[in-house]
Design a protein around this ligand. Sequence first.
Ligand code: GRG
Length: 290
Amino acid sequence: MRIRDFLAKQATFINKAIEKYTPKGVPEKLFDAMSYSLKAGGKRLRPILVLESAKAVGKEDISDIIDIAVATEFIHTYSLIHDDLPAMDDDDLRRGKPTCHKVYGEAIAILAGDGLQSYAFELISSNQKVSPDKLLRVINILSHGTGIYGMVAGQAADILHEKENSFDDIEFIHTHKTAKFIQSCCEIGAVLGNAKEEEIKALSKYGLYIGLAFQIQDDILDEIGDEKKLGKKTQKDKNKNKLTYPSVFGLEKSKEMAKDYIEKAKEEIKILKNPEILTEIADFIISREV
Ligand code: GRG
């Protein structure tokens, strides 16, 4: 099966799981806003990486960790809702649909994001099948990768930076805003798959490298991507004078750099029992158009 078909099948599987784990019994408008953004589509890459990383180290039955994979998509959706707010990127369209705050207003959109974030950790800590020590490690990895040492730090740097065309700035932003979360998902899958420490390290590096390549590809798509396919406006970063790989290194060099990261990622996972799918996911990251 081609990797695109495989990923589409996995996304359908994750969508069903999202439906199952979407929190019930919350005020109606808050529920509607959370569920609107969760159902708006998306590649579901982060939960897929959790599950495929676990399988790559030999886990065969993943039925006990699906809620944990879903929790990563809840965090991702929160970050997109907040990223689209007027105070941040100020976007009207996401995944081809009006952004959460355009439909439900800013206050409810902020709360929907907050709710998804905290519920993600409630969901993980409520898992009864994985041992408590493993769950604690998962929570530590995820909060580190998405919080003030990861995604939130990167978002702050992205907003606060003064454009200097410096490699250090752009590397910090991309590593923290995007790559660390993706890295966390691969590490979490490794931990849940009972990986040895050297395998966790290999998946951690794999995650970091594909995460960096992922954001470089995002920058490239912002520059030359198709608005219809992407479901959002392009050229936004350029118009806002944001620090991106193409703005610092040019388009061709950016493509080369993304490819180099993908080669390094694939090299790292050669030691794993089943590296095939993750190898194909790595290649997909820089060939994707959405
Ligand atoms: C703490 C108030 C507050 C806000 C935080 C941290 C943050 C908001 C936003 C940063 C997250 C962000 C937008 C990073 C960019 C990463 C990126 C390329 C997102 C798009 O991911 P895809 O392509 O999206 O996986 P789909 O739609 O496929 O799920």
